[in-house]
Design a protein around this ligand. Structure first.
Ligand code: SAM
Length: 288
């Protein structure tokens, strides 16, 4: 019997995305969400949380390379980085490829996501969870940044690799979370958040970007179309206390990319620059 997963558009029930489930690797109701890991003929192994596709073996690099390499190469000297969420380990794995990185702190609310990813999603996380530069914290990101602000050395980069603004991830799109993240950033530091797919979830961009703009002097959005995220481009928001930190010469990016010696399948300095060119329907949500 062929099984199909289901995903429905929470707001309008306007569309339904179904992926063929060839084999269920694991299904559990964790303390925080419903977790489903299954195999699909096109996407390979797929992680879904609360029925929403989070990442897949075949297209994870679209998302993780743009989440990580755009801010790291824009900054140029990231030594201390924080990932909030990111339990699949994909962002961590890309981050640890940067030779200049000293420490990576990952704050994930649901330990089960990490455990199952380490067992079933090696193609995404590799050996990242065994890296000596990793500080792993199981906690709610909102509470952790509020608790740690002013108590530890600030970060050069904060990546918010969260679920969408429903369930446990909702608090990671709030004003107080962004304000505390601003307090945890070093001079010249960058914050990057995932803002879902504006065509299907415009509120996941419009409201959070307004809150970001009230806590950071400068924000800029960039986009990538992830095949398993239905609805076209998804958007990342990058925020800093100085506008200059958000734009980098192409020649500088090329020099830093070459020096890092990282092999990529999506990211290039040209793709980096092009991703900040936003179509008017997305720019209108940001300027709203
Ligand atoms: N790429 C995915 C996306 O764009 O939707 C995100 C993937 S990652 C698996 C999302 C992680 O955020 C999950 O492991 C989830 O448990 C974690 N998460 C959700 N809410 C959180 C919170 N309040 N604090 C820390 N981690 C959280």
């Amino acid at each position: 019997m062929t099984a199909w997963s289901e995903e429905t558009d929470r707001e309008t029930e306007a569309w339904r995305l179904q992926l063929r489930v060839e084999r269920v690797l694991h299904q559990a109701k964790t303390d925080h969400q419903d977790l489903l890991l299954f195999e699909n003929p096109l996407f390979g192994r797929v992680l879904a949380l609360d029925g929403i596709v989070q990442t897949t073996e075949r297209d994870e690099f679209f998302y993780h390379e743009m989440l990580v390499h755009v801010p790291v190469l824009a900054h140029g000297a990231v030594e201390r980085a924080l990932i909030v969420g990111g339990g699949d380990g994909g962002a961590l794995e890309e981050l640890l490829k940067h030779p200049g990185l000293h420490t990576a702190t990952l704050v994930e609310i649901d330990e089960s996501v990490i455990d199952f990813s380490k067992t079933h999603l090696k193609a995404i996380c590799g050996q990242a969870f065994e890296d000596p530069r990793l500080e792993l914290v199981i906690a709610d990101g909102l509470a952790w940044v509020a608790e740690e602000k002013g108590k530890r050395a600030p970060f050069d980069l904060i990546l918010v690799d969260s679920t969408d603004p429903v369930g446990p991830g909702e608090v990671l799109f709030t004003e107080s979370f962004y304000a505390d993240c601003a307090g945890l950033l070093a001079e010249g530091g960058l914050l990057v958040t995932q803002n879902a797919v504006p065509f299907t979830e415009p509120e996941s961009l419009a409201k959070p970007i307004a809150a970001l703009s009230r806590n950071f002097a400068a924000t800029a959005c960039y986009r990538v179309a992830v095949p398993s995220f239905f609805g076209g481009d998804m958007v990342f928001s990058m925020a800093a206390q100085h506008a200059a930190a958000l734009t980098t010469e192409t020649a500088t990016l090329e020099q830093r990319f070459a020096a890092a010696g990282i092999k990529t399948r999506y990211y290039t300095p040209a793709v980096h620059q092009g991703a900040f060119a936003l179509p008017p329907y997305i720019a209108a949500l940001i300027d709203a």
